[in-house]
Design a protein around this ligand. Structure first.
Ligand SMILES: Cc1cc2nc3c(=O)[nH]c(=O)nc-3n(C[C@H](O)[C@H](O)[C@H](O)COP(=O)(O)OP(=O)(O)OC[C@H]3O[C@@H](n4cnc5c(N)ncnc54)[C@H](O)[C@@H]3O)c2cc1C
Length: 421
């Protein structure tokens, strides 16, 4: 039996796409090393306006309308609603859509793939074979099949967090703190010489809070020990300590993995397709939103007369990485590079200007819903609002690494190194 699509991986990206493919009427099978119902351990946050449909609002365990950021000596109100997923409900919802379509899961890691003109045969760890017209690799940031150009310098988002009870509220009750860059608890030498980190924190109700010391991006990754020490020092400065630990989160993932080769014989999705937003680290919203359009494109391509898997895979990559998306990605890479080059003080000035833009611009920038021209406008407005010293730092960065900007402006082609197939 050859199924239509084989999904490798049952994380948020794999399950979102599997559910959408089942809805689109395709025959879908999945491969996952553990049961697909195995709970996801990460805490997944999302802006409410990023949810693909109102139905998903019921899969949030928490919502905050009191959202703030602290940067540059200011408290910046973020006029947007932020939510935290109830992973169990989200996972159950996606799995239900798979199960009602009769989707079957193979509980083995995928190890090897053999491609022909009509199908791909995947070998699992126990030696069994699964055949599909098309394979989607959604196995995370270190994909089993998707090939990408060699990465030169990868920046990582790293964070250490605690869900638990505290001797005093670490943030104002009812509040979500997206970024607290205040650093009075550090010495001036630490602020100057060490990577900047911020607090991401929220009130979970019932006297429970989630606090996480986060390095937005750094190459190499900021070590967990440093994040842990900083979190406890910050809490002490706020006058509280952890009274009871319910869950500890160790977060580490790459922000700027190269875009995969777009002419390879498998399609990627989620972390495997480098879908992480390079300037924010968010991805789950994109994986949920793009699942339906991608599934419909694949269903159309596979049902066309003389359909070939290669054509369907190309059409799929085009949804994920169209020229427009590639150009926007270049701007986000420039944004990431700029953030990496700024001192702690400059970073604070930068975010103080960024979050004072109209919500349509800063929100669209973070959610990747702006056009290339709008992203440029957003960046231009931050530049114009910036103090002179920060402007010089931004100009220096643009002159040192002009290629992403030139590529985004269409003045340099967006090249992909030759394919490995
Ligand atoms: C602690 C943490 C917190 C995060 N918080 C957020 C957040 O709040 N919001 C946000 O948008 N993003 C967040 N991210 C970033 C990103 O969205 C996540 O990394 C997300 O889990 C990626 O989803 P994914 O489905 O692509 O990969 P994964 O979640 O890594 O899932 C990959 C799946 O593939 C399976 N797999 C691996 N190898 C094989 C194989 N050989 N065969 C078969 N299956 C295989 C794995 O078992 C797993 O089920 C966070 C990341 C971390 C680490």
């Amino acid at each position: 039996m050859t199924t239509d699509v084989l999904i490798i991986g049952a994380g948020p990206a794999g399950l979102a796409l599997a559910a959408a493919l089942c809805d689109a009427g395709l025959r879908v099978e999945g491969v996952t090393p553990t049961d697909p119902t195995t709970p996801w351990r990460n805490t997944y946050g999302i802006w409410e306006d990023e949810l693909p449909s109102p139905e998903f609002a019921s899969m949030l365990s928490h919502r905050w309308s009191d959202c703030v950021a602290y940067a540059g000596g200011q408290t910046l109100r973020l006029e947007r609603i932020y939510g935290l997923f109830d992973n169990r409900r989200l996972q159950a919802h996606l799995l239900h859509r798979c199960t009602r379509a009769g989707m079957r899961w193979h509980r083995q890691p995928a190890q090897w793939a053999e491609h022909t003109a009509t199908h791909t045969e995947v070998t699992l760890q126990d030696g069994s074979l699964v055949r599909a017209r098309l394979v989607v690799d959604a196995s995370g940031h270190t994909p089993v099949f998707v090939k990408r150009p060699l990465a030169i310098e990868i920046a990582y988002q790293a964070a250490y967090g605690v869900v638990g009870a505290f001797t005093r509220p670490p943030v104002r009750p009812g509040r979500l703190v997206l970024m607290d860059y205040r650093s009075d608890h550090l010495s001036s030498e630490e602020r100057r010489a060490e990577p900047p980190t911020f607090l991401y924190a929220m009130d979970l109700g019932d006297d429970r809070y989630f606090v996480e010391e986060t390095s937005l991006a750094h190459a190499p990754a900021v070590p967990f020990e440093m994040l842990k020490t900083r979190l406890h020092r910050r809490l002490a400065h706020l006058g509280c300590t952890v009274a009871e630990v319910e869950h500890e989160e160790y977060c580490l993932f790459p922000m700027n993995m190269p875009v995969p080769y777009l002419d390879q014989p498998v399609l990627g999705y989620g972390g495997a397709a480098s879908m992480v937003h390079p300037a924010s680290g968010y991805q789950v919203g994109a994986a949920l939103r793009l699942a339906a359009p991608l599934a419909q494109t694949l269903a159309r391509a596979l049902s066309a007369a003389n359909a070939s898997p290669q054509q369907a895979i190309r059409a799929g990559w085009e949804v994920l990485w169209s020229q427009e998306r590639l150009r926007k990605h270049q701007l986000y890479l420039f944004g990431l590079q700029t953030l990496l080059s700024l001192s702690e003080a400059q970073l604070q000035q930068f975010f103080a200007r960024f979050f004072r833009l109209p919500v349509r611009l800063w929100g669209g920038y973070l959610s990747n819903t702006l056009t290339t021209a709008e992203i440029m406008q957003t960046m231009g407005r931050v530049f114009l609002a910036a103090p002179m010293q920060l402007r010089w730092a931004l100009i220096r960065e643009a002159m040192r690494h002009p290629k992403p900007l030139l590529r985004a402006a269409g003045l340099l082609p967006i090249l992909h190194t030759p394919s490995v197939i």
